[in-house]
Design a protein around this ligand. Structure first.
Ligand code: AHG
Ligand code: MN
Ligand code: MN
Length: 318
């Protein structure tokens, strides 16, 4: 190999080497690698897409862009022949599909393209993946073995955890995922907040919490894309994202299985906290595919303070 390349590889840690050094089990290493590679194909699809509506509606009744569907197809096709995935559930499908022969270890959940309404604005969007051992029914804390998200922004980055810390990789010019931030840690207290839902739809208790953050001088960071909004808190090392219970929809908007469990797994592995306002997201039993939940996720201080405001009977400092 040329002088430059051998020097380069001597110092950079790529995804496969990192997972091996972290002691991640072989089949799981291969599966995470397979999914990370699929991110390149989805990114290519985003670039080539004609951005026309597919004219289909998913089970939530939302307009679906061609990209949502094609991203889901790309993922399913890649996982179907991976040899490690028995079943696949996606935000874009009404039911679980069997994509293995039956003896494969893992069950994969996907939000193939999160933030698709932002595609035409050229803001960052992402893919969210949960990897479960066997079943998805029950608590995420019992079923999840890994999680990752891929952010399609100025760079393509991938944040993953297989239960041994949370780590960020960036896709380099050579098409390799190289380590950019290892063992990410969230500070106990941050300084940014990311607020979903309309102010007029918030409950009184949630509004009081938000007004507290505003008095404390937190900086508002909200793009409307769950992946970049969470990624900002993860990479900046602190803060809170919330999409709360709303007056008309007490379950909030975000999906427990496809969006919240993976992010809760990653944030907990980075020393943060994720609740529905009271209970840890990973302790909420999954009973149906489309299950939604309010979410408060990020630094411990902010999530615990939200809990205090939401249980107004407790004395709240601030
Ligand atoms: P998706 O594109 O997968 O349907 O997810 C959209 C979600 C999530 O990305 C974001 O946090 C939320 O919608 C934003 O909702 P609002 O438009 O109500 O702010
Ligand atoms: Mn989503
Ligand atoms: Mn989506």
């Amino acid at each position: 190999m040329g002088e430059g390349i051998s020097d380069y590889t001597k110092f950079c840690v790529d995804l496969r080497r990192h997972m091996w050094m972290a002691g991640v089990e072989l089949d799981l290493r291969r599966l995470i690698w397979q999914i990370a590679v699929t991110g390149k194909y989805i990114s290519a699809k985003i670039h080539e897409s004609n951005r026309k509506l597919a004219g289909f509606k998913n089970i939530y009744g939302e307009e679906q862009l061609a990209l949502d569907k094609s991203s889901d197809e790309i993922l399913k096709n890649q996982l179907q022949f991976s040899g490690f995935v028995r079943e696949y559930a996606s935000e874009e499908r009404d039911q679980v599909i069997t994509i293995g022969q039956g003896q494969e270890k893992y069950f994969v959940t996907a939000d193939p393209l999160d933030g698709s309404s932002l595609v035409d604005t050229n803001l960052a969007i992402g893919t969210i993946i949960g990897i479960h051992n066997g079943t998805i029914l029950g608590k995420g804390r019992d079923t999840m073995v890994a999680a990752l998200y891929i952010t399609y922004g100025p760079l393509i980055t991938m944040v993953y955890s297989a239960g041994k810390g949370t780590h960020e990789f960036v896709l380099n010019r050579e098409g390799e995922y190289v380590l950019s931030q290892e063992n990410i840690r969230l500070r106990d207290k941050g300084d940014i907040y990311s607020l979903g839902g309309l102010r007029r739809d918030w409950t009184e208790a949630h509004l009081k919490f938000v007004e507290y953050l505003e008095r404390e001088g937190y900086k508002l960071r909200y793009s409307g894309g769950f992946v970049p909004d969470i990624n900002q808190i993860v990479i900046k090392g602190g803060g809170i994202f919330t999409y709360p219970a709303l007056r008309k929809s007490p379950e909030g908007k975000l999906r427990l299985l496809f969006e919240l469990q993976p992010m809760a797994f990653l944030v907990e592995q980075a020393g943060g906290v994720a609740t529905d306002g009271n209970n840890p997201i990973l302790d909420i039993p999954v009973e149906k595919l489309g299950q939604r939940s309010p979410i408060y996720i990020g630094s411990r201080f902010e999530v615990e303070t939200a809990r205090a405001f939401l249980n107004e009977k407790q004395e709240v400092q601030g």
